[in-house]
Write a protein that binds this ligand. Structure first.
Ligand code: AHR
Length: 304
């Protein structure tokens, strides 16, 4: 052994002692896209926390396209990453690529959104909030605020995505206990401000300026912010003429709540790297069966 190689060995040993790990784990993360305000905040947190946890994160933004996600996951498999994280755009169409990851012995973790696969062993665990509960919280809040009597317009998220499916279900479960609460119009605004604005403009037209409408339930805050713009442009007073309830609790909806233009928002936490990385790193050290769903808590915030 040369003096040089002894020195190099000693340096690695000291670094290992300092960091507690010989080399960073490489994790590929296929993210949905950058729609709205919540998603970029979530991406930024995943990237910042990767550094804190000593993870070498390969980040791929799918720009809302599932084909891009499938391509990214296959590229991660080809690179031989230690684990793969997916926030799936939609619930269907995952079986084949997840089988490929399993055959390559690369564990897959779902974050945020869910997949619909019959073989649950294709992924280790999903670490996310409970979208159904979020919808339920929004519905229960509205039942209380409207005393159980309300005609509702609904702005849905991306068709086929877990939050659109589950938030709708949870909300409908909550209002189904009140015979005088009904969703009278529903349409997808794709989780974007522009989409929400367009959908609300259509609702304003089809209901003669929201006549008889008591509430707007939006599957995310950005669509609700677009709806608020559309209503103000039509001379309506969001938050007063119509109750406004949505999900995410992003900074812009906090401002709207403070101004009285929104009434309630269910918080979807975006700083969730602290929940996700410890689970994955622990699993990589000591692979074992985990709960199929590790739930991140939700809370509702209302205008003071
Ligand atoms: O999957 C979570 C949802 O996706 C967020 O509520 C929404 O803002 C985002 O687009």
């Amino acid at each position: 052994m040369t003096f040089k190689s002894t020195l190099a060995g000693a340096a690695i040993a000291v670094a290992t002692l300092l960091t507690g790990t010989a080399s960073a784990q490489t994790i590929g993360f296929s993210q949905v896209g950058s729609e709205g305000d919540w998603r970029p905040a979530f991406s930024a947190n995943m990237q910042e926390s990767a550094k804190e946890y000593g993870v070498d994160l390969k980040f791929a933004n799918a720009q809302g396209k599932q084909e891009e996600q499938l391509r990214a996951v296959r590229a991660f498999i080809a690179q031989g990453v230690d684990a793969i994280i997916i926030a799936p755009v939609v619930v269907t169409g995952w079986d084949q690529v997840l089988k490929e990851a399993k055959e390559a012995k690369i564990p897959v973790f779902l974050v945020d959104r869910d997949v619909d696969v019959t073989d649950k062993s294709l992924y280790v665990s999903r670490i996310s909030a409970d979208f159904n509960l979020e919808g339920k919280m929004a519905g229960e809040w509205l039942a209380d605020a409207s005393k159980g009597s309300c005609k509702i317009v609904e702005l849905q998220g991306t068709t086929g995505s877990a939050p659109a499916i589950e938030r709708k279900k949870g909300f409908e479960t909550a209002i189904s206990k009140f015979p005088n609460m009904q969703i009278v119009a529903t349409q997808s605004g794709e989780f974007t401000t522009e989409g929400g604005k367009k959908v609300m403009e259509a609702f304003i037209k089809s209901t003669d300026n929201l006549k008889g409408i008591c509430a707007s339930f939006a599957h995310n805050d950005n669509m609700q912010l677009g709806a608020i713009q559309a209503m103000k442009e039509a001379g309506l007073k969001p938050g007063k003429d119509v109750l406004m309830v949505s999900v995410d609790y992003v900074p812009a909806i906090k401002d709207a709540l403070a101004k009285g233009e929104a009434n309630a928002s269910v918080e979807l936490r975006s700083a969730v790297g602290k929940y996700i990385y410890p689970v994955i790193l622990d699993y990589l050290k000591n692979p074992k069966d985990l709960d199929k769903w590790i739930v991140i808590p939700s809370a509702i915030h209302t205008a003071k």
